[in-house]
Design a protein around this ligand. Structure first.
Ligand code: FES
Length: 61
């Protein structure tokens, strides 16, 4: 499934960037050597980053 249609970024690529330390959508783009275009995907990326943080916080408790 694509998260970013403009750059052809799939969910697994976004998850890999987050796992590698991306904490903002801009870092997800950078990790995949691309830039935001229409930015429609930024909200979904932010939600994925937030969900990842919450999962880590929950796992640490
Ligand atoms: S869908 Fe990601 S920049 Fe357009």
């Amino acid at each position: 499934m694509y998260v970013c249609n403009c750059n052809g970024l799939r969910e697994r690529q976004v998850r890999a960037a987050i796992a590698a330390g991306a904490t903002r959508p801009a870092e997800v783009f950078k990790a995949n050597a691309c830039r935001p275009r229409c930015a429609k995907c930024v909200c979904e990326m932010s939600e994925m980053i937030q969900a990842s943080r919450e999962a880590l916080r929950y796992a640490a408790e």
